[in-house]
Each structure stands twice: as C-alpha cells, then as structure tokens.
Design a protein around this ligand. Structure first.
Ligand code: PLP
Length: 423
C-alpha cells in the first residue's frame, strides 16, 4: 500500500524525485553467457546464412527453429528476418485473393496492418476491448466479409484466443496471431501462437526474446510450413538430406528472401533458454506492483484474464481513469519519467490516427489504398481511443529489477495520479 497523505512537488515541476537518480535500472538486452561462443562459432565457419552454398549441417537457424517450435508447442517454426516479414509470409501462405480483407486491431504497431498491404490484402481496422486492449470475439462476430484476422496479443496480455478461434470458425475467418509482444504467454496452458492457424513473432531489440532484428512463424499445419519455407527463401526449402547447399529449389510458390542470418539465429539459440527465468522475475514484480497499487484511486494495470495462465510482459501498461483534471497521459508519462529516471511513454498511437499508416504514399498500392480508405472511413474506435488517451507504458526491462524498484514505481504512480499534485 502506498501513502498518499503527503504528496510533495512533482519532479517534473522541480521537486525532489521519488527515486535516487544514481540508482540504476536493469539494462536491455541482457546477453546470455553463451552468445559470444555461438557467434564465434558462426564467424569461424563458412556458413553465415542458410542461403550460402555450404554447410547444410549444424545450422543455428535449424536449431533455433526446433527449439522455438518446442517452446511454442507447435510442429513447425520457420525463422525469418523480422516480425513484419513473419506476418507477410504468414498471410501469403493462406493463399487468399488480391484485395481480400483482413481485420487488424487499431491498437498495435503499424506492421500488423502494413503486412496485410504487402501481402496484397486490405487491412480493416477494428476497435479493441477496453479491459485487455485486444480484439475480442464480439469484434469478429460483428464483421462481414473478412477472410482473415491478425489477432494481436497486446502489451502484457493475451487476447481471448479460444473465443476468437470459435468466432473465426463461425465466420470462416483465418486467424493469424501476432505474438510480437507475447513470446511464451499461455492461455489455459496453451502457448500464444499455437491457437490460430499461424503465430508470428518479432525478435527485434526491444522484444523479450531478441537478436537485434529477427522473427519467426509457427504453425501445426505441414502444408503451410512448406509454403512458409519457400515464401521466405525465394521459393526454396530445406533439403531433406544433409548435403550442400542447405536449400533446394522446390519452387512451389513464389517467394522473397526473408531469411534469418546465422548471426541472428546463433544469438536466439543462446537467449531462448533464459526467457522463462526472465518471465518469472517480471511476472513476480508485476504482481507485487499490482498489489502496491491496490489503494491508489483511479489507477489500474492492464492485467490478464484469469484464463491466461502465463504472462509475457512486453510493456507494462498503466491506465489512469480518471485522469487528473487538465492532465493528459503525455503529462503523466513525462511526470513518471522525471520521478523515476526511466522512460515512461504513451505507446504507439492507434492505427486510425497513425502517421505511419499512409498507404497512399506508395503508388503501387493504389487499388488496395482505395479500398482501405473506403472501408475504414466510417469506423468507430471508441474503446481504443479511450484506452490510449488514459494509458502510459514502460518497457518490460523496468520489471527485471527488485522489490525496491516496484515500491519506487508505485510511489511515483501514486504521486502523479493525485489531482493534488497538479494544483
Ligand atoms: C505487435 C507487433 N507486430 C509486429 C511487429 C513488427 O516486428 P518487427 O519490428 O520485428 O518487424 C511489432 C514490433 O514492434 C509489434 O509490436
């Protein structure tokens, strides 16, 4: 519990900050002790990528694919160079028709929508539910004519995966899970990425599992897995025997080169074994912080539903409802940053307001752009707007510290949430 009786001047207004600025926060990324040895092995080998002429055996790329399929409880994993490419090849593998519609929640990173355009499809933006910040079954049930949905597990929580799968079955919609923010999350014991037809992951620097830039698609479907391999390697797939080169020209579907390099794969093989211990620490700290905030009026964390049996926190999302009078989420983010000497920010603007989602700036997308504008112009995003306008986030590494860090965060939140502090 945090005392609110004495609320000194906010640090952002020149007061003394809650936290001693010389006290460090956890760093990110946190390299595993095995990273250097794995990288040295790649440097000293004659295979820096699976598209090289030599070295089909012992590829880190294939080792990581096996490890990550096991981690996500799926039959296949196809590593790629970015989370964005993962979404592109996942959507392409469904063999939809040019211009088909794909539902995408308004609260996500822009790549969830641009991937649809890159795959020749039209993203239709959908409101989210105000509790989780994710697309829910009711949103799918309200839609007509969409062929697929990119379901984003957002910030620290999973969307209602079984509910969405049931709704998608009713509507004949294919589910692609965007798990860029949810590596290792589980709903009723089943991992994110294994609920939909395909699950897509990003291993970009900020993600809980990272190699700088990287990604992966997982699926249980053997045919989709074969198509994914070709879509990410110029129509080539792994050779069945272990002769060189590693890829053969199977040429079943037109692909591009989205391969993950051996350097990235070597780092991921070293990082993955650390992930569950990091989840445990973050999740423990999340529960402590949630408890410390119990009596702070007008503040809640975005929390998982009880059916979500394991959290994977990409960003801690704090909702201020109501906001102190004449104070915006941006003011609160700046105030928290000043109290704690740690970046707190407002998150990515919803896609219907995003400067980054302007397909009309790319002339080759014209037919899709026309449809995109027409289909999205009258849509309402009430819950998305409401949540975004009240929400402040911080990176998951903020939760990799100790109990004192959580006490500092709780005190700072209590201080900035109080209307008295802003008078
Ligand atoms: C929800 C979501 N989808 C997709 C992506 C794209 O991943 P990448 O940056 O690896 O291309 C991100 C990255 O931030 C993301 O958060």
């Amino acid at each position: 519990m945090v005392s609110q009786t004495k609320l000194p001047i906010l640090a952002v207004h020149g007061g003394r900050p809650v936290r001693d600025p010389s006290r460090p926060w956890p760093r990110w990324p946190q390299p595993s002790p095995d990273v250097q040895a794995n990288l040295a092995e790649v440097v000293g080998s004659d295979r820096w990528t699976l598209t090289s002429q030599w070295g089909s055996s012992g590829l880190f790329e294939r080792r990581f694919a096996e490890m990550f399929a096991a981690y996500t409880g799926t039959r296949h994993c196809v590593p790629v160079d970015h989370g964005s490419s993962a979404l592109v090849v996942a959507l392409e593998s469904l063999k939809l028709s040019f211009g088909d519609r794909v539902l995408v929640p308004a609260l996500t990173w822009v790549a969830s929508a641009t991937a649809a355009l890159r795959a020749g499809l039209v993203p239709i933006l959908v409101d989210v539910d105000s509790e989780l910040g994710c697309m829910g079954p009711e949103h799918l049930d309200a839609e007509v004519g969409a062929k697929a949905a990119v379901v984003v597990h957002w910030s620290a929580v999973m969307a209602d995966a079984p509910g969405l799968v049931a709704a998608a079955d009713r509507r004949g919609i294919e589910i692609v899970e965007d798990c860029a923010q949810a590596h290792g999350a589980e709903w009723l014991g089943r991992p994110a990425g294994s609920w939909g037809r395909l699950g897509c992951f990003s291993m970009q620097q900020g993600k809980v599992l990272t190699c700088g830039e990287g990604g992966a698609v997982v699926t249980d479907d053997d045919d989709l897995a074969t198509a994914l391999q070709e879509l990410r390697a110029d129509s080539r797939r792994y050779r069945a025997d272990s002769t060189d080169p590693a890829l053969e020209e199977s040429a079943g579907i037109l692909g591009s080169n989205f391969c993950l390099s051996e350097f990235g794969a070597a780092v991921l093989c070293a990082q993955l074994p650390l992930l569950d211990a990091q989840h445990a620490r973050r999740n423990h700290n999340f529960r402590l912080l949630d408890e410390l905030l119990t009596d702070v009026p007008g503040v809640r964390l975005i929390r998982p539903r009880p059916e979500q049996t394991k959290m994977s926190i990409y960003e801690l999302a704090i909702v201020f409802d109501p906001l102190p009078p004449a104070v915006t989420a941006e003011h609160l983010a700046d105030a928290l940053t000043a109290e704690l000497h740690r970046p707190f920010y407002q998150g990515d603007p919803p896609l219907h307001r995003s400067r980054l989602l302007q397909p009309w700036t790319k002339p080759t997308l014209q037919p899709l752009t026309r449809d995109f504008v027409e289909c999205n112009k009258d849509r309402k995003f009430t819950a998305t707007e409401d949540l975004y306008d009240r929400c402040v986030v911080t990176h998951h590494s903020t939760l990799l510290g100790d109990a004192q860090d959580m006490h500092d965060i709780a005190s700072a939140i209590a201080r900035v949430a109080s209307p008295i502090s802003w008078r």
